[in-house]
Write a protein that binds this ligand. Structure first.
Ligand SMILES: Cc1cc2nc3c(=O)[nH]c(=O)nc-3n(C[C@H](O)[C@H](O)[C@H](O)COP(=O)(O)OP(=O)(O)OC[C@H]3O[C@@H](n4cnc5c(N)ncnc54)[C@H](O)[C@@H]3O)c2cc1C
Length: 379
């Protein structure tokens, strides 16, 4: 495809962050008229991931939310904590629905062009111009918003997982409760839990998730998934309809810095919450923030995690990385001593100082205090 070689904005990478930025840009009466080029190596990613997040109201993607829960549960040993999530709801969006929704919405805009190709380089020329080279072409833009992972991400700790969507012949699930963490699974010298999201009473996403330094071979996740399903639904027939795997960096170090007219977004723009791997809502916040700054002609600052919460993340990561306390114990205590709403606010960086104190005092002082001091002096 022949493309013009000067755009207002190039969106380099059309995944969660790229599509989110495009969607929010196109909501604005002025910015929606800008010349925009969207580049990705692969626009046919299928249903490569499902995103879950919590909200206390209808969000911009409410119409494609495929399932919501108002109750969560956390299990560890004999502890079985069930918690209502009000005022929040825990929501799920399928990747394929999200990509299609934004693509369909953007079809109404002739000023948006699409190129499917591998990006080879992105270079800032000055604060008002950057250049992108891809296989078969190149172009300049006033801003390039990049979510491509050009270099290997450096992270000691990873959240890694394999999930399968299973469908049973008979009703086996309570689809009103999302099982956020069931720690009664092999811990593999890490923090490991089963994440079970029932979509109907017969069907659920079951995901074996670990926080650790080493990503497993696929067969290891399969062994644990099979054993878990067998233990809980002995002998019941089921089919696997879908699977997804992923590894999300858990680091409080910056992955990239802004470089002139090149602005990193999404995972590469440090949108991931370091201590949990949640990113979907932070990506919405980041891309809406960028749109707001563009409207006001301000210098772009894509940072979404601010000092106080970055500090808590760093302390939790320090405790996990240095095995000062087992991760299952940390999360079980947090959920045992707090409401779901307090935990959700803490994890969304919207908690008050009082909420934070409640969460932090859920952990033993002799663990939390030395870790906090260590992190303070290392910064
Ligand atoms: C399986 C999975 C499930 C997840 N579930 C959740 C969840 O439930 N809740 C949550 O909050 N977070 C979740 N996350 C974390 C986070 O929300 C996602 O990783 C999110 O997709 C990150 O968005 P992104 O735009 O930074 O990266 P991506 O969505 O990965 O997008 C990057 C894009 O860049 C393109 N690209 C890369 N290199 C090139 C190149 N050289 N040339 C051209 N194109 C390129 C890719 O094709 C891709 O489309 C999950 C992650 C995974 C992997």
């Amino acid at each position: 495809m022949q493309v013009e070689n000067k755009y207002d904005y190039i969106i380099a990478g059309a995944g969660c962050a790229g599509y989110s930025l495009l969607y929010h840009l196109l909501q604005d009466p002025i910015l929606s008229k800008k010349k925009i080029l969207v580049l990705d190596a692969n626009f046919n990613k299928g249903n490569d991931r499902t995103w879950c997040f919590w909200e206390d109201q209808a969000g911009p993607f409410e119409s494609i939310v495929c399932k919501k829960w108002s109750n969560i549960e956390v299990l560890k040993g004999s502890m079985h904590r069930s918690l209502p999530t009000a005022p929040f709801e825990y929501k799920m969006i399928q990747g394929i629905d999200f990509y299609q929704y934004v693509t369909d919405f953007a079809k109404g805009f002739d000023n948006v062009e699409w190129v499917a190709s591998k990006i080879l380089s992105i270079d800032s020329i000055n604060t008002n111009s950057a250049r992108v080279n891809w296989e078969g072409g190149s172009a300049n833009a006033g801003y390039v918003f990049s979510s491509i992972n050009g270099e290997r991400i450096q992270s000691k700790l990873w959240q890694h997982f394999k999930g399968i969507v299973v469908e049973f012949d008979i009703a086996v699930f309570d689809d009103t409760v999302a099982r956020l963490m069931d720690f009664n699974v092999p811990q593999m010298d890490a923090t490991a839990f089963m994440y079970l999201l029932p979509l109907t009473d017969k069907k659920a996403l079951v995901e074996y998730t670990l926080f650790s330094t080493t990503i497993l071979l696929e067969s290891k996740y399969d062994t644990v998934l099979n054993a878990y399903i067998e233990e809980h639904h002995k002998g019941q027939a089921y089919q696997i309809q879908h699977s997804e795997m992923g590894a999300i960096p858990m680091t409080s170090k910056k992955l990239t810095s802004n470089d002139g007219a090149v602005v990193s977004i999404g995972t590469m723009g440090d949108a991931v919450k370091a201590s949990t791997g949640y990113a979907f809502q932070f990506i919405q916040k980041q891309t809406q923030q960028i749109v707001h700054q563009l409207k006001l002609n301000q210098a772009l600052n894509p940072a979404v995690h601010h000092t106080r919460h970055q500090f808590y993340d760093a302390v939790l990561l320090y405790i996990l990385e240095n095995q000062k306390m087992a991760g299952d114990e940390i999360f079980a205590r947090i959920f045992k001593k707090n409401t779901a709403a307090t935990v959700f606010k803490f994890l969304s960086n919207t908690s008050t100082l009082l909420d934070d104190i409640k969460i932090m005092t859920s952990l033993p002082t002799q663990i939390f205090l030395p870790a906090a001091i260590k992190v303070l002096f290392r910064r």
